[in-house]
Design a protein around this ligand. Structure first.
Ligand code: PHE
Length: 551
């Protein structure tokens, strides 16, 4: 088997198809050793051979386009005395700045290179020069516009190239005006302005007079390019040892540091920008709510209990066991662990009694209360379950006037749509005082919502199993131009408070609202799925401001 046959076999496994990464310099140097006649009967070799010809680049430019500039520079210097970076960039047809970058990287190795600053004057096309080089000079565009038929002068003047183009074309005697009509004076013209600009752009030299003319027309300008004259340094080498960036404990222990070269520390370099987290819009609005509660003397309840027993979520709140909200259609029941078994025994007995037989002046619901129903674990459907636990504890510790709040997640088995998710956040406030009235509660709301920037409130009677009276809170929404419900509230029933052991003259007012609705209003988000859940746009999270000037 010949070498060519072997190559043919190797190439069999190489898919030279669209998107194939750039061929390497090895490809090109190998190809130059292959003759057309070798291709006969070696189809894979042939395919590869023609694939390479589809690249216009020579082996030289291909290897340059990769980033082994530093090594190429060293190889070049090994066989010459010095080079000018500006000239070399032109010769290699590479970006001068990239070449400078490579030289600078070599300078990190002390003594390998010696450099001197050089400045060269270069002609560069101005923006207008570039435009003319691309599209043609205005005079030529006028000549074209006029055509063999001629054109109205007024029409030419309406063209972006009209004014200058007319003047220059007249001067060059390409066209003439006859009673408002412009006609051609010449049959065959060459757009030399464009030609010279194109030549200059390619770094070719043109006649001095032409340069003067183009300069006068501000199509080219002289710029100073700073470059480097590079020669061998006192410890020049083409074999760069890899420089170590860090001295490690291993190097010290083994003594290998003695034979290593170390990179100089760069004390000028900027530090790495620490990547930081972003607060979700809900968390931003939550912190605003917390501040409002704190400023009104509330303290925060512990809400770290997503799984709750039906007892605390419903029974303690005097919500009958047949209540539709306790249905699997509305509530998520937990299958593992399915039940809770530890409850304060005597309190549980009192709850059972008030449900089934009544008490404290109430007739109760008059049904067969079952412990099994109360034991069922659920994902809490409201933070009022948290309030119930807290109020029970307050009664055990001995009553003192309290203002409590919580802001956390609750879960409901809802049909999902643009405004409903199966989980959301509730903001809940609870005030326990002696002889508290509904008027106090309205006063608290007025203050609370005023701090949020909502001043126009209305209240509507409603029903909750655990409050009496109960009120829905409405606010006038300027944008929607209508009253929208923003919260639910009420005075907790004695059937809930008295079994807990709270004194008879203690009243507890409570209210709850969602965190999502005010957040959506404040940040102008229309679909709740854009705010919460797996489909949210992280940029929204990164970009929502903490500070809004909406108050
Ligand atoms: N728990 C009620 C709800 O989910 C809100 C509320 C809290 C109502 C406290 C009255 C008292 O809508």
């Amino acid at each position: 088997m010949t070498d060519l046959d072997r190559l043919n076999q190797v190439l069999q496994d190489q898919p030279y198809i669209e998107g194939f990464a750039q061929p390497s310099s090895v490809d090109f140097s190998t190809r130059s050793a292959v003759k057309e006649k070798d291709l006969k009967g070696r189809e894979h070799l042939e395919r590869w051979f023609h694939h390479l010809s589809s690249f216009e680049m020579t082996a030289d430019t291909v290897s340059r386009s990769t980033d082994n500039f530093p090594q190429q520079i060293l190889d070049l210097l090994a066989s010459s005395t010095e080079f000018n970076s500006i000239e070399l960039a032109q010769q290699w047809k590479v970006d001068h700045q990239k070449l400078i970058g490579a030289i600078k990287s070599l300078l990190a190795n002390e003594g390998v290179l010696a450099t001197k600053d050089v400045t060269e004057k270069r002609l560069e096309l101005t923006n207008e020069g570039v435009q003319f080089a691309n599209e043609g000079s205005p005079e030529f565009l006028v000549f074209q516009f006029v055509g063999t038929e001629g054109a109205a002068q007024a029409d030419i003047m309406k063209q972006p190239f009209g004014k200058i183009g007319m003047a220059k074309a007249m001067q060059a005697k390409w066209v003439a005006v006859d009673k408002g009509t412009v006609v051609r004076k010449s049959t065959d013209v060459v757009d030399s302005t464009r030609k010279y600009l194109e030549s200059l752009r390619l770094g070719e030299d043109v006649d001095e007079n032409q340069k003067k003319e183009l300069k006068k027309r501000k199509l080219i300008s002289e710029v100073n390019i700073k470059g480097l004259l590079v020669s061998k340094g006192e410890s020049f080498t083409t074999n760069l040892a890899k420089q170590e960036a860090d001295l490690t404990p291993e190097m010290i222990a083994s003594g290998s540091w003695k034979n290593k070269q170390f990179k100089k520390y760069n004390f000028e370099s900027l530090g790495v920008v620490p990547s930081s987290g972003h607060l979700h819009p809900l968390m931003k609005v939550r912190s605003e709510f917390r501040q409002i509660f704190f400023s009104m003397g509330f303290s925060e309840m512990a809400t770290n209990r997503y799984v709750e027993s039906s007892f605390w979520n419903f029974d303690a709140l005097f919500q009958p066991q047949q209540h539709p909200a306790r249905d699997a259609h509305d509530t998520f029941f937990v299958s593992d662990p399915a039940i809770s078994t530890k409850f304060p025994e005597d309190y549980l007995e009192r709850v059972k009694t008030v449900h089934s037989k009544g008490g404290y002046g109430s007739a109760g619901y008059n049904y067969d209360w079952k412990i099994e129903e109360a034991q069922k674990n659920v994902l809490r459907t409201h933070t009022t379950a948290v309030s119930a636990r807290q109020l029970y504890q307050l009664a055990q510790e001995g009553f003192r006037p309290s203002k409590l709040f919580s802001i956390d997640r609750v879960f409901r088995n809802e049909t999902l749509d643009a405004t409903h998710l199966a989980e959301f956040h509730q903001v809940e406030g609870v005030i326990a005082e002696k002889n508290l009235s509904l008027a106090h509660l309205i006063g608290v709301f007025t203050e609370f919502f005023k701090k949020l920037g909502i001043t126009n409130l209305r209240f509507k009677p409603t029903y909750n199993p655990y409050t009496e009276p109960s009120m829905e809170i409405f606010a006038y929404h300027q944008g929607l131009a209508k009253w929208v419900e923003i919260g639910n509230s009420g005075m907790f029933r004695p059937e809930m408070l008295l079994p807990m052991g709270l004194p008879a003259d203690v009243n507890v007012a409570g209210y709850g609202l969602s965190l999502e609705r005010p957040t959506m209003i404040k940040y102008g988000i229309n679909n709740i799925r854009d705010l919460f859940g797996s489909k949210i746009d992280l940029d929204v999270v990164y970009n929502t401001p903490i500070c809004r000037l909406d108050k």
